[in-house]
Design a protein around this ligand. Structure first.
Ligand SMILES: Cc1cc2nc3c(=O)[nH]c(=O)nc-3n(C[C@H](O)[C@H](O)[C@H](O)COP(=O)(O)O)c2cc1C
Length: 335
């Protein structure tokens, strides 16, 4: 009997649990088609960034102010806002083209750091045809006066504002750096998140010793990064009213299977495709089907969450339980 890989995410029925994470691979219709042909069940488009929207709004109003100041009739030379070919406009065109190119669900992605006028773009991404929206919140509290509670409110306000403006499902992608991740996840769901993408991967600045400068560098993920989302999805599974996606460190079929076992509805991948090529999607899916068979199971739905904190034989392993044991039983190389 063949393995049934179907799942659902954000209320969308998917043929399997492999979703392409937000990254430039989903940007071009041709590549998107190849991703679909290789078996991807859905794709998240790269993000439209709050800075792009704010910058373009400013650029547009600056252009108008300049024209008004010099000679009012010149205003007619400026294109109407809807014709203005800016970052956000190009983004909406990308959504439209993506929808035309493939039949799998296409998820738009909006990056933000705060609430503001940019939320109107959530609606526009929906109108351009996106089947769902992923809100990628990337905020770093460098202001020492800002408390954790203030930051959390900022996240929740952004989610509520976006949720109010769209009718397609909303996923929220956040980083793991909250002091009470579980409570935050619950409140994000209550604020309107239909799904959580765990986790956003913050790009860390490095010191470039040659240039004596700071260089933020995008590094591809490593499989070890899977452990943090595995733990949190295991803890959250069955306890919040939201779909769960694991994103970060899935590199092989085993990683994808682990994500599902702890309770993810889907696994999202980016780095592994940059590392191994787009055909790796087939390897991941074939491998997953084989592993499921080896476990004498028939479907993804059957195994989803069977190793979550609530269902696994040793729930303490997901809490502090094995911390001391792991430290004290470590046998590293002799010094
Ligand atoms: C080249 C590249 C570009 C990315 N661009 C975005 C983006 O626009 N928006 C976003 O939310 N995440 C972006 N990401 C992060 C991925 O969506 C994903 O969260 C991260 O790479 C972890 O998944 P992975 O371990 O499978 O790579 C990007 C990642 C890569 C490698």
């Amino acid at each position: 009997m063949s393995t049934n890989l179907s799942t659902s995410y954000l209320g969308l029925p998917l043929k399997n649990p492999l979703v392409i994470a937000a990254c430039p691979l989903t940007q071009e219709p041709d590549t998107l088609r190849r991703l679909e042909d290789s078996g991807a069940a859905a794709a998240v488009l790269p993000s439209l960034f709050e800075e792009q929207i704010v910058h373009d709004d400013l650029a547009f109003s600056d252009a108008q102010d300049f024209a008004t100041d010099s000679f009012p009739e010149a205003l007619t030379f400026f294109p109407e806002p809807q014709e203005y070919r800016t970052g956000p406009t190009a983004y909406l065109e990308m959504v439209e083209q993506a929808k035309k190119a493939v039949s799998i669900p296409v998820i738009g992605s909006l990056n933000c750091t705060s609430t503001g006028g940019w939320t109107s773009y959530a609606k526009r991404i929906e109108q351009a045809g996106a089947d769902a929206l992923e809100l990628n919140v990337y905020f770093l509290a460098t202001d020492l006066e800002l408390s954790g509670a203030d930051v959390e409110s900022q996240y929740l306000d952004a989610v509520a504002a976006v949720k109010q403006s769209i009718s397609v499902p909303l996923a929220v992608k956040v980083g793991p750096y909250f002091s009470a991740m579980g409570n935050m996840a619950k409140r994000l769901a209550e604020a309107g998140a239909d799904g959580l993408v765990l986790f956003n991967r913050f790009i860390q600045p490095d010191v470039d010793l040659k240039k004596m400068d700071i260089s933020p560098e995008l590094l591809l993920s490593t499989p070890g990064e899977l452990l943090v989302p595995l733990r949190w999805v295991a803890i959250l599974r069955g306890r919040i009213d939201a779909s769960l996606a694991i994103n970060g460190g899935i590199d092989d079929a085993e990683g994808l299977l682990k994500a599902l076992l702890v309770g993810a509805d889907v696994g999202m991948v980016a780095s592994t495709l940059y590392r191994h090529g787009l055909d790796h999607i087939e390897t991941l899916l074939d491998g997953l089907a084989q592993l499921i068979k080896l476990k004498h199971l028939e479907s993804v739905e059957q195994l989803k969450g069977s190793m979550s904190r609530e269902n696994c034989p040793d729930p303490a392993a997901f809490a502090r339980g094995n911390y001391m044991k792991a430290l004290t039983s470590f046998t590293g190389p002799a010094i």
